[in-house]
Design a protein around this ligand. Structure first.
Ligand code: HEM
Length: 419
C-alpha cells in the first residue's frame, strides 16, 4: 500500500500576519516546531499553502512536470516587483524561449563589461566621497549601479535625472511587500518608468538608432516570441526592467558585504591578500548567510504523491529559499559566517538558492545570478583594495521581516580615501 501521512498544519484561518511578522523565519520556526521540512498553512486571505524546505524539496519544486508558475505570484508582487506578463509568469516552451533571450545576454564578455562599468562609475564618484563628511553606502551604490546598468543595456539617459531614476528603480524592490502609501510609491515608480521605457521600445521599432544592435535594449525590443511576433511594447518594457531593477538591487548585497567586512575584519585581511577564488567564496557566503528573497512560489500542475503527501492540482507551494541556505542538513554550522565552506562545495543547484535553484533556461533560476556574482566581486575588490574608510557608530541591525533587509543605517562610512 502507498505510504501516506497528514502534513502538520499551522492552525489559524489566515496566518498572513504571522508570516509578515516573522518574515524570513516564519517557515523555519514552524519546521523546527513540527520537526518536519513540510507543513500546511493558510495565508493570503486564507488560501491553503504548502511550505517546504530541503534539497529534495527544491528538486521537486524545480520539476517542470510537477509545478507551474503562471498564477503563482500574488498580484501585488507582479504589479510592482516583476511587472505583468514577464518571464517569471511563463511556463514550458514559451518560458524557455524567453529565458534563452535573457541567458544569451549573459556572455563572459558582457559580464566582464558590466563589472568594468561598475568599477568605472565607482572610481568616478570616489573623489566626491572623499570630500564628504560621510556617505550612506547603500544609497550611493544604488546610483552607481543605475548608471552602469543603463550603459550596459544601452538605455539612453541623456537629460535624465539619474538620482531620481535610481530612487524609482529602488522603489520597485523596496516597496513590493509594503502596504499603504509605501506600496503606492512603488506602483507609481513602475508606472513612470514603464511609460518611459515603452517610448524607447517604440523608437527602436520605428527605426530610430537610439541603441546599437548588440545591446540588451535593442535585443529585447526586437525579440520575437515562438510565433515569430514581436513582444507587446509593454511586455518588452517589463523585460528591460527585469534587467535594470534587479541590478540596482545588487546594492543590497553590497551594503551586506560592507557589513560582513566590518563584522568579520579577519576576512577583510584575507580578501586583501588572496585572489579571485577567495573573493568568489566570500560572495557565495554573503549570498547564503544574509536574507534577501524569503520564498519562491509555484502551483501544483497535476496531482502527485511525494513524501507521503498528496500534492493536489492548483495548490500554492512556497519553497523556503532562506531556509535552504540555512538548513542544518545542508550546511555545517549554518548560523556562522564561514566562506571556507565553499572550498569543497559540490555546486549543487538545490542547496545554495538565494536566487532560486535548478536550471537556468528550462527553469526559473535567476537570469542575473552570474551578473550578480561578478558585480559583487568587483565591488568587494573596490571596498577592500581601492579605498579606505571608517565606520562610525550607527545602527547596523538587520530586520528579519523587511524585504530587502539592509543595515538599518544604510551603512554609513566616513573619512573615505582612495588608495
Ligand atoms: C540582487 C540580487 C538578486 C537576487 C537576490 C535575485 C533573486 C531572484 C530570485 C529568488 C528569482 C526567482 C527564482 C525562482 O522563481 O525560482 C529570480 C529570478 C529572476 N531574476 Fe534575479 N535576483 C537578483 C539579481 C538579478 C539580476 C542582476 C538580474 C538581471 C540582470 C535578475 C533577473 C532575474 C530574472 C529575469 C528572473 C526571472 C527568471 C525566470 O523566471 O525564469 N536578477 N531572481
Amino acid at each position: 500500500m502507498t505510504y501516506r501521512e497528514e502534513l502538520p498544519y499551522d492552525e489559524g484561518l489566515d496566518n498572513t500576519i504571522s508570516f509578515l511578522k516573522e518574515g524570513y523565519l516564519y517557515i523555519t520556526n514552524r519546521r523546527e516546531r513540527f520537526n518536519r521540512d513540510m507543513f500546511k498553512t493558510r495565508i493570503l486571505g486564507g488560501k491553503q499553502v504548502i511550505c517546504m524546505a530541503g534539497k529534495e524539496a527544491a528538486e521537486v519544486f524545480y520539476d517542470n512536470d510537477k509545478f507551474k508558475r503562471h498564477g503563482a505570484a500574488p498580484n501585488r508582487v507582479l504589479n510592482i516587483l516583476f511587472g505583468q506578463d514577464g518571464v517569471q509568469t511563463l511556463d514550458g516552451k514559451a518560458h524557455e524561449h524567453r529565458k534563452t533571450m535573457f541567458m544569451n545576454l549573459m556572455t563572459k564578455d558582457s559580464l566582464q563589461e558590466i563589472a568594468d562599468l561598475v568599477d568605472e562609475e565607482w572610481m568616478k564618484v570616489l573623489p566626491e566621497w572623499e570630500k564628504q563628511e560621510h556617505i550612506v553606502l547603500y544609497q550611493e551604490v544604488k546610483k552607481i549601479l543605475t548608471v552602469a546598468i543603463c550603459r550596459w543595456t544601452g538605455v539612453p539617459t541623456d537629460n535624465k535625472d539619474m538620482d531620481k531614476l535610481s530612487e524609482q528603480l529602488a522603489d520597485m524592490f523596496e516597496s513590493a511587500e509594503k502596504i499603504g502609501p509605501r506600496h503606492m510609491k512603488g506602483k507609481h515608480a513602475r508606472d513612470k518608468i514603464e511609460a518611459w521605457i515603452e517610448t524607447l521600445i517604440a523608437a527602436i521599432r520605428s527605426g530610430e538608432s537610439i541603441a546599437p544592435e548588440h545591446t540588451p535594449l535593442y535585443q529585447i525590443a526586437m525579440h520575437c516570441d515562438l510565433e515569430g511576433k514581436l513582444l507587446t511594447k509593454h511586455t518588452a518594457t517589463v523585460e528591460v526592467l527585469n534587467l535594470l531593477r534587479p541590478t540596482v538591487a545588487i546594492s543590497v548585497y553590497i551594503a551586506l558585504s560592507a557589513l560582513a567586512l566590518h563584522d568579520f575584519p579577519q576576512e577583510k585581511a584575507k580578501l586583501k591578500s588572496e585572489g579571485d577564488t577567495y573573493r568568489k567564496m566570500f560572495v557565495q557566503e554573503i549570498r547564503r548567510y544574509y536574507p534577501f528573497f524569503p520564498v519562491a512560489p509555484a502551483i501544483v500542475k497535476e496531482d502527485f504523491l511525494r513524501g507521503g503527501h498528496d500534492f493536489k492540482e492548483g495548490t500554492l507551494v512556497l519553497l523556503d529559499l532562506y531556509g535552504n541556505n540555512h538548513h542544518p542538513d545542508l550546511w555545517e554550522s549554518p548560523k556562522e559566517f564561514m566562506q571556507e565552506r565553499f572550498k569543497h562545495w559540490d555546486k549543487s543547484p538545490f542547496d545554495l538558492i538565494p536566487q532560486g535553484g535548478g536550471e537556468y533556461i528550462t527553469g526559473h533560476r535567476c537570469a542575473g545570478e552570474w551578473l550578480t556574482i561578478e558585480v559583487m566581486k568587483r565591488c568587494i575588490d573596490l571596498m577592500v583594495n581601492k579605498m579606505e574608510y571608517t565606520v562610525p557608530k550607527q545602527d547596523l541591525s538587520l530586520s528579519m521581516n523587511q524585504m530587502p533587509s539592509v543595515p538599518q543605517s544604510g551603512f554609513v562610512i566616513s573619512d573615505v580615501n582612495q588608495v
